[in-house]
Design a protein around this ligand. Structure first.
Ligand code: HGY
Ligand code: MN
Ligand code: MN
Ligand code: MN
Length: 413
């Protein structure tokens, strides 16, 4: 693997080896990874990463929401140059989503040691709790608590889709830390991540220079009808929560397609009760994920969803309740830092294109407290949140070189 970064001897092979080692924890039989937040698998993954941090002699701090920070001291104290992401995954996850940003940060710190470089500012690598939002909502929960925009107690009292309390699960895996919340300050935050979509691969571009993250709206809708016999109940007498949910799911796709452009809408979770072949469903619980880069358009989509749910519920004679699971406005990253990502990549001879992130990231929370930016590399077939998620070692090395070169520049020597 060519060493792209003359300034810092980062080692892409070592990074890929660590990605594979971490991917063994929660490995699925058919390939891929399942390390849902705050499960025993997440705990084991955390133990491995903290072990590597300690082997590298980093100062390890774990805060009360389980965010993990490994800091390499500078010749001066003060705010860190922070690199980070997450190591929790969705249930059909891969080796790279989140893990790449944490382990690449660790690799940069190792390379600084290998090169005997003393930086002026401290350099920190962070792994934030529950970025995915798969088991506990909202997503980016750990970084949102870190920046002070979600009260710790409210976060600890969050109930998972399995009915467990976040604070209890956190204690069970031994990561209810005691380090001061927000104690590790970032002067700048860099997140290295796979694109998770098809653009970079399709255009043959090495590095995505991420200008921001689109807005996210997650809603849970519970529809209540009446169970009845699938054979003996005439259609006109039914209060079919399953039919109502199916109509709403179809309507979500219609809203996204009628708005068009970058609008996306997803019904990812749909549960029926009693969920039996010969019973008209009495209850349906579904999630709706709406996203768009512009707040005004996202709000329009939300209004159309509200109208759709009310109309379908009335027509199908069911009642409904709604619960907002997450709501984040679009975020623009720091223009100067975005420019430095682009300049660094180009100075390394890499091709770049500017883009918005379709996925949410911890960087959008850190951006509330310091200049933040992201580095993307291609996802093969644009796949992520899929066990076939893959990014080639050469691409991993490219992004690592950009991250290491820029982090060293920001940390000073
Ligand atoms: O849903 C997201 O965008 C992220 O993977 N949490
Ligand atoms: Mn991610
Ligand atoms: Mn993800
Ligand atoms: Mn993310």
């Amino acid at each position: 693997m060519t060493d792209l970064s003359p300034a810092l001897p980062v080692n892409g092979d070592r990074l890929v080896a660590r990605l594979k080692a971490l991917g063994q924890i929660g490995a699925l039989p058919e390939g891929g990874v399942c390390r849902l937040a705050l499960t025993p698998e997440d705990g084991a993954g955390r133990d491995l990463v903290v072990g590597w941090m300690r082997e590298q002699g980093l100062d390890v701090a774990i805060d009360p929401i389980g965010n993990i920070f490994g800091t390499r001291r500078g010749t001066q104290d003060g705010p860190s140059v922070m690199m980070g992401s997450h190591i929790d995954t969705v249930a059909t996850g891969g080796l790279y989503d989140g893990n790449l940003g944490v382990l690449a940060g660790l690799e940069v710190l190792q390379a600084l040691d290998d090169a005997g470089i003393a930086t002026v500012h401290p350099v920190t690598v962070a792994a934030f709790t529950n970025e995915e939002g798969a088991r506990f909502q909202p997503d980016m929960l750990g970084s949102l608590v870190h920046v002070g925009d979600l009260p710790l107690q409210e976060a600890l009292d969050t109930i998972s889709i399995d009915g467990t309390r976040l604070g209890d699960d956190l204690a069970d895996i031994g990561y209810a830390g005691t380090a001061a919340l927000g104690g590790i300050k970032a002067a700048a935050y860099l997140e290295y991540h796979i694109e998770q979509g098809p653009v970079l691969e399709a255009e043959g571009i090495d590095i995505g220079v991420v200008e921001g993250v689109q807005g996210i709206s997650w809603t849970e809708i519970t529809l209540s009808g009446r169970s009845s016999h699938a054979g003996a109940t005439p259609m006109r007498l039914r209060r079919d929560a399953g039919l109502a949910a199916a109509r709403i799911a179809h309507g979500v796709a219609d809203i996204a397609k009628s708005i068009g452009g970058d609008m996306v809408g997803t019904v990812g979770s749909l549960r029926l009760r009693p969920n039996l072949v010969n019973v008209v469903a009495e209850m349906a619980q579904m999630t709706v994920d709406l996203r768009h880069p512009q707040e005004k358009v996202l709000a329009e989509a939300e209004a159309r969803l509200a109208a759709l749910v009310a109309r379908v519920a009335e027509e199908e004679h069911v009642s409904f309740t709604r619960r907002q699971l997450a709501r984040f406005q679009p975020v623009a990253f720091d223009r100067d830092l975005v420019g430095r990502v682009e300049h660094t990549a180009r100075s390394l001879g890499l091709s770049t294109r500017r883009m918005f992130s379709g996925a949410g990231h911890d960087a959008q929370m850190l951006a509330r407290t310091c200049p933040a930016a992201m580095v993307f590399v291609p996802s093969i077939a644009g796949l992520s949140h899929n066990t076939a998620e893959y990014t080639a070692p050469g691409d991993i090395a490219n992004g690592l070189a950009v991250l290491g070169t820029l982090a060293l520049e920001l940390a000073g020597r």
